[in-house]
Design a protein around this ligand. Structure first.
Ligand code: THU
Length: 130
């Protein structure tokens, strides 16, 4: 889990968040054990920005994976930063309910671990369209 947290911290340093100044880093492990990270990217046209989790998911998919097996995320300071509602659903596309989401402080201390099912109960996912 340490590698995941460190990747999220390194990604957070690359956040482009000049408007909110809320810097978020996220990292996701794939089914091969590889780690993919990303940061939030804000835009002067505010709604065009996107979350750290989106950047990390894009890296995971572009590396040829289709499964998220573990997630780490952190925002500013010591406060708990959980993935926003939209990101929970985006993670759901590539993860089962048992996937762990580690929420850490800016300095990488683990605050709380949730399962995706805890953060997004009774969720709608790709199976519903089969
Ligand atoms: N943000 C994320 O990157 N991930 C989340 O799950 C919560 C919010 C970003 C979006 C925006 O750039 C900043 O945090 C403030 O909302």
């Amino acid at each position: 889990m340490r590698d995941l947290v460190e990747a999220a911290m390194a990604a957070r340093k690359k956040a482009h968040a000049p408007y909110s100044k809320f810097y978020v880093g996220a990292a996701m492990r794939d089914e091969k054990g590889r780690v993919h990270a990303g940061a939030n990217m804000e835009n002067a046209a505010y709604p065009q920005g996107w979350c750290a989790e989106c950047s990390a998911i894009a890296h995971l998919i572009m590396a040829g994976s289709t499964r998220i097996t573990e997630v780490a995320v952190m925002g500013n300071g010591e406060a708990l930063c959980t993935p926003c509602g939209g990101c929970r659903q985006k993670i759901r596309e590539f993860a089962g309910g048992d996937v762990k989401i580690h929420c850490c402080t800016e300095s990488g201390r683990l605050l709380q671990t949730f399962t995706l099912e805890e953060l997004l109960p009774a969720s709608f996912g790709p199976e519903h369209l089969k």
